[in-house]
Design a protein around this ligand. Structure first.
Ligand code: NAD
Ligand code: DAU
Length: 342
């Protein structure tokens, strides 16, 4: 089976490309290589038969239409997005452009090409903050609270409309917080691992009692493979890790695993509009496909720390000037001293 993957040079997309190519899928990977897209994430497949990289923007209709016409993939797996909530608060434009217009552009091209499967990779953040003990189901209302989650909710609704109106055989998946190797260090777990390794302050937003459900990236990719194989067109599938933890607990476990003291924790100004709790029921996906998460948080975290320890060159290279500027803007705005930023 031939797949067009978008955003396959990012964290989850590259894990999916490595897994799907390893399972015999032919892959065409369309990626703009924004700050988050990194060809180094794809060294395992680069130059191999059945893998091809196309450098381009999903908002470029002529490029996307031409690619579908020429490559004729059986399915599209759509990861490409602006993905970081804090960046969406500082500069939302690119989120609306890529996440909404980019998804629209792909849907139009898929409709014209008669693509037989369209898998839209979305997020549990579209449900907004979920009151305990409820776990969001696919039937819950969408209540996004950040420009990022609003742009993802907008794209989910466009996908729904292309199924309802044009019969495009599309599915939407909504995963919880991913972690694992190759994650860009702006996100909580890699940021805390790197700061702990380097004895820099670990900036915890607000009281650190916000709850997230942690999903190891390979479990997410296995779920997407199951959806590709067995998912029903027009349906939405939640993908949760079934491992809820408060942020402070995650940070403490990172410090313990890296062997650093809790005095490195620094409480900083909270994220505006910060969702208190995400929680998902994945019962529908589990019942329909037999998928279940396989990697415990303890094993996933150890593997992730081991990976970052073993890749100092990767870390150095992704910490570009742009990243350092973002870090200074985000964290000095929250109360870290200039000398404490990167
Ligand atoms: P990421 O930021 O690591 O990677 C995004 C990739 O998309 C990069 O390779 C980037 O170059 C590419 N890209 C961005 N704009 C593009 C454009 N206009 N055209 C083509 N390529 C473009 O993101 P990620 O964490 O791997 O997330 C991938 C997808 O999964 C996103 O859609 C995100 O919303 C969703 N998701 C992420 C998580 C998570 O915890 N990280 C959880 C649930 C869902
Ligand atoms: O839930 C799925 C979503 O998970 C994905 O859709 C997003 O693409 C992904 O970025 C992630 O969003 P979050 O906002 O939950 O992830 P982030 O890693 O930014 O933050 C996780 C939690 O940790 C959140 O409550 C904010 C907090 N945090 C984060 C950072 C970066 C801190 O306390 N300090 C920090 O420095």
């Amino acid at each position: 089976m031939k797949l067009l993957v978008t955003g396959g040079a990012g964290f989850i997309g590259s894990a999916f490309v490595r897994m799907a190519h390893g399972s015999g899928f032919e892959i065409v990977n369309l990626d703009k290589l924004t700050y988050a897209g990194n060809p180094e994430n794809l060294e395992a497949v680069e130059g191999k038969a059945g893998y091809r990289f196309v450098h381009g923007d999903i908002c470029d209709a002529a490029l996307v239409e031409g690619l579908l016409e020429e490559a004729r993939p059986e399915a599209i797996v759509h990861f490409a997005a602006e993905s970081h909530v804090d960046r969406s608060i500082l500069s939302p434009d690119a989120f609306v452009e890529t996440n909404v217009r980019g998804t629209f552009t792909l849907l139009e091209a898929a409709k014209k090409a008669g693509t037989r499967k369209f898998c839209h990779v979305s997020t549990d953040e579209v449900y907004g903050s979920v009151e305990a003990p409820h776990e969001a189901t696919e039937e819950d209302a969408l209540r996004p609270n950040s420009p990022y989650s609003a742009s993802k909710a907008g794209s989910d609704l466009l996908v729904r409309s292309y199924f309802q109106t044009y019969g495009l055989p599309a599915v939407v998946t909504r995963a919880s917080n991913n972690y694992g190797p190759y994650q860009f260090p702006e996100k909580l777990i890699p940021l805390m691992i790197l700061n702990a390794m380097e004895n820099r302050p670990l900036p915890v937003y607000g009281d650190g009692q916000q709850v997230r459900d942690w999903l190891y990236v390979e479990d997410h990719c296995r779920a997407l493979m199951a959806v590709l194989e067995k998912g029903r067109a027009g349906e939405t599938y939640n993908i949760g890790g079934n491992r809820s933890l408060a942020n402070l607990e995650v940070v403490r476990r990172v410090l313990e695993s890296v062997g650093r003291p809790e005095t490195l924790i620094q409480y900083v100004r909270d994220r505006p509009g910060h969702d208190r709790r995400y929680a998902l029921s994945s019962a529908k996906l589990m019942n329909e496909t037999g998928w279940a998460p396989e990697v415990s948080f303890e094993d996933g975290l150890s593997e992730t720390i081991r990976w970052y320890r073993g890749h100092p060159g990767w870390i150095e290279r992704v910490r570009s000037k742009e990243y350092r500027e973002y870090y200074a803007a985000n964290y000095s705005g929250r109360g870290l001293k200039k000398s404490e930023t990167l």
